[in-house]
Design a protein around this ligand. Structure first.
Ligand SMILES: Nc1ncnc2c1ncn2[C@@H]1O[C@H](COP(=O)(O)OP(=O)(O)OP(=O)(O)O)[C@@H](O)[C@H]1O
Ligand SMILES: [Mg+2]
Length: 336
C-alpha cells in the first residue's frame, strides 16, 4: 500500500525516519538522525531537549528551510496532510509556509522587517494569500492585534517593531503567524527571551488560540517545565534522536528513558529551598560529527550497561503511544 492510501485524516503532519545532515569542513554533522513522530489535528506537541539536540533543525526540515549547502535532508520523509513535502516544488512550498504552516522564532526582531510598520507587514502577509482589499486587510490586522492582546491595537498599527517591548513584539509575531489561519504553528523557543511573567502570558495566549481555532502546535523548548503546562504530548530529543515520546501525563509520571528522568530532575521544585542546588545532567551533549557509538546518551547515563556503547537501541512501544529508545526496555541484549 502506498503512503497516501494509509493517510489518516487526523494526522496532519508525519515526520518519518528523517535524517538531516550538515556537510562542514570539519566533517558531517548528523544533526537529525532518524527522527519519527506525528502531529494530530488540534494537539500541542512539545519538542524538548538540551541545546544542540536537533530541535530547530527538525523544525527547519519540516519547513524545508535547511540552508543547502551545507545542510541536506539525506533520507526519510515529511508528510504534510498525507503528501511528501520533499516532492513539492519551491513555489508550492512557499504557499504551504505562508498559508498552512506558520512559524514563530525566539527573537521576533530578526523575523520582523524593521523598516515596515506592523500594519504594513501583517497586511502584506494577508494580501499575499487572500483576496482582500487593503482596507479589509487593515481591519483583519487590527482584529488580530486585538486577539493577541495588544492594548490600543488600532493606535499601534502605525508603529515599527522596535517601538514594541519584547513581549509585545512576540505577540505581533504570533499575530503575523496567525494572519494566514495556519493549520500548524511551529513555535521555536517562543518565550525564551522573555521574562517569566510575560512568558506565562504568551503561553496563555497560545493555549487560548489552540482552544479557539484548533490550531496544531509544535512547541520547541529546552524547558521541560513549559511542556507540562502547554502540551498534550511530548517528544524528548537527545543528540539528533527522539529518545522518548508519549502523552504528557505519562512522561511526567512514568518517564522511562534515563535522559527524560534526568531532564525532569532538573526542573526547579516549587517547594525547594532557595539555596538548594538545581540538578544538572553531568557532561555535555556530544559532538554530532562523531557521536558516541551505541546509544548516544550512554557516556552520560547513570543506568548505562556495557552493551549500551555497542548497540543502537530500537525504538519500542511500551504501551500504546508511549515509545522509548533504550536498551533497558528492549530484549536486544538477550537476542545478541
Ligand atoms: N548551518 C549549520 N551548519 C552546521 N551545523 C549546523 C547548522 N545548523 C545547525 N547545526 C548543528 O546541528 C545540531 C543541532 O542544532 P539545532 O539548532 O537543531 O539544536 P537545538 O536543539 O535547536 O538547540 P537550541 O536549544 O540551542 O536551539 C547542532 O550540532 C548544530 O551545531
Ligand atoms: Mg533551536
Amino acid at each position: 500500500m502506498s503512503k497516501e492510501e494509509t493517510f489518516d485524516e487526523n494526522i496532519i503532519l508525519k515526520v518519518d525516519d528523517l535524517h538531516t545532515y550538515f556537510f562542514t569542513e570539519d566533517g558531517v554533522v548528523k544533526a537529525v538522525d532518524g527522527v519519527t513522530f506525528d502531529v494530530q489535528r488540534g494537539e500541542v506537541l512539545g519538542l524538548v531537549g538540551e541545546s544542540g539536540s536537533g530541535k530547530s533543525v527538525t523544525a527547519m526540515s519540516i519547513l524545508r528551510l535547511i540552508p543547502q549547502p551545507p545542510g541536506k535532508i539525506i533520507s526519510g520523509d515529511v508528510l504534510w496532510k498525507g503528501k511528501s513535502i520533499l516532492e513539492v516544488p519551491e513555489s508550492g512550498m512557499r504557499s504551504i509556509r505562508g498559508n498552512q504552516i506558520a512559524v514563530v522564532f525566539q527573537d521576533p526582531l530578526t523575523s520582523l522587517n524593521p523598516v515596515l510598520t506592523i500594519e504594513d507587514q501583517i497586511n502584506e502577509a494577508i494580501m499575499l494569500h487572500q483576496q482582500v482589499t487593503k482596507d479589509e486587510a487593515t481591519e483583519k490586522t487590527r482584529t488580530l492585534l486585538d486577539l493577541v492582546g495588544i492594548p490600543d491595537a488600532g493606535k499601534r498599527l502605525k508603529d515599527y517593531p522596535w517601538q514594541f517591548s519584547g513581549g509585545m513584539r512576540q505577540r505581533v509575531m504570533i499575530a503575523l503567524a496567525l494572519s494566514c489561519n495556519p493549520d500548524l504553528l511551529i513555535a521555536d523557543e517562543p518565550t525564551t527571551a522573555l521574562d517569566v511573567t510575560i512568558q506565562a502570558q504568551v503561553l496563555d495566549l497560545m493555549r487560548d488560540l489552540k482552544n479557539r481555532f484548533q490550531t496544531s502546535i509544535i512547541l520547541i523548548t529546552h524547558d521541560i517545565g513549559v511542556i507540562a503546562e502547554m502540551c498534550d504530548r511530548v517528544a524528548v530529543m537527545y543528540a539528533g534522536n527522539i529518545v522518548e515520546i508519549g502523552d504528557v501525563v505519562t512522561i511526567f509520571k512514568e518517564p522511562k528513558h534515563p535522559y527524560t528522568k534526568a531532564l525532569l530532575k532538573s526542573i526547579p521544585d516549587a517547594n525547594a529551598r532557595r539555596d538548594d542546588e538545581l540538578y544538572s545532567i553531568p557532561g555535555t551533549i556530544p559532538n554530532l560529527i562523531n557521536p558516541p557509538t551505541g546509544c548516544r546518551f550512554h557516556p552520560r547515563c547513570s543506568e548505562a550497561m556495557p552493551e549500551c556503547s555497542e548497540i543502537i537501541p530500537d525504538t519500542i512501544e511500551l504501551v500504546p503511544g508511549h515509545f522509548v529508545k533504550c536498551l533497558l526496555f528492549t530484549n536486544q541484549i538477550k537476542k545478541k
